[in-house]
Design a protein. Structure first.
Length: 259
């Protein structure tokens, strides 16, 4: 009977994590470039009284066994990198990626990666994130520049006194396993051993997405789906608590027999 208590407790903890994750997804429904997270669960070890395939008295094999599980545990969270909705802002320094890839930004002494293309210029005319991290390769727009243009293939240009000046070529980073990237907050990711090494490409080539100027990629969170997950987790939590209550009542009934 005590096994039911522990199994139900792990189930309640799992649903707490599910609600925490769902709440985080819903909180970021308007976060630029945010990718919703999904929690992966796995069952725990089994108490095997009799394994499947055990021999019987007539030298045969039992088709089934007797195994009682110990509950559930969370094994990881997966970033779902489906495309968010591109939304037009009209701001020349804003960019959205249509397809695979990440912008590279310089965060202190390391390279970080983001899908958030809400870049702006600092006091030196350099393209930076909202937190002040430089876009890599760095783009510096002169003070007297006009008509900033960023092509779908990442070519940056502007005009000075009516003459077109070509800036640096933007590059996008891709990973063989983007789900292995580490979330850093501030819409940034870090490369890990699980993600593999970055693969740099010009936008629109070698599988990299294309750049869309004056647009931002919205969060890919689907509110209705998250609300369904929230309700499901809440009901599962209640069912697990009822299992604990049922076990307690059965123990109480057993103890009453000796009175």
């Amino acid at each position: 009977m005590l096994k039911a208590f522990y199994a139900s407790a792990t189930g309640m903890r799992a649903q707490e994590l599910m609600i925490d994750n769902t709440a985080n997804n819903l909180a970021n429904v308007n976060t630029t470039g945010f990718k919703r997270k999904h929690i992966n669960f796995a069952d725990l070890l089994y108490d095997t009284t009799q394994p499947p395939g055990a021999t019987t008295l007539n030298a045969g094999f039992k088709p089934i066994g007797l195994q009682i599980g110990s509950g559930v545990r969370a094994v990881g969270t997966t970033n779902l990198f489906s495309q968010g909705t591109p939304t037009e802002t009209g701001i020349a320094t804003h960019m959205a990626i249509e397809g695979d890839g990440f912008f590279r930004v310089i965060q202190g002494n390391q390279i970080a990666y983001t899908r958030d293309g809400s870049f702006t210029t600092n006091d030196q005319g350099q393209l930076v994130t909202a937190e002040g991290f430089f876009l890599d390769p760095q783009v510096t727009i002169p003070q007297n520049a006009t008509n900033l243009a960023i092509s779908a293939t990442g070519n940056v240009s502007w005009q000075i006194d009516g003459q077109t000046v070509n800036g640096p070529q933007l590059q996008l980073a891709r990973f063989i396993n983007p789900e292995g990237l580490q979330n850093l907050g501030d819409n940034l990711y870090a490369q890990t051993a699980a993600s593999g090494q970055e693969i740099l490409s010009n936008p629109g080539t070698d599988g990299a997405g294309r750049v869309r100027q004056k647009f931002l990629e919205w969060s890919n969170v689907e509110v209705v789906s998250e609300l369904v997950s929230l309700i499901t987790a809440q009901r599962a939590y209640e069912i697990n608590s009822r299992a604990i209550r049922a076990g307690d009542e059965m123990l109480s009934s057993a103890s009453d027999l000796v009175r």
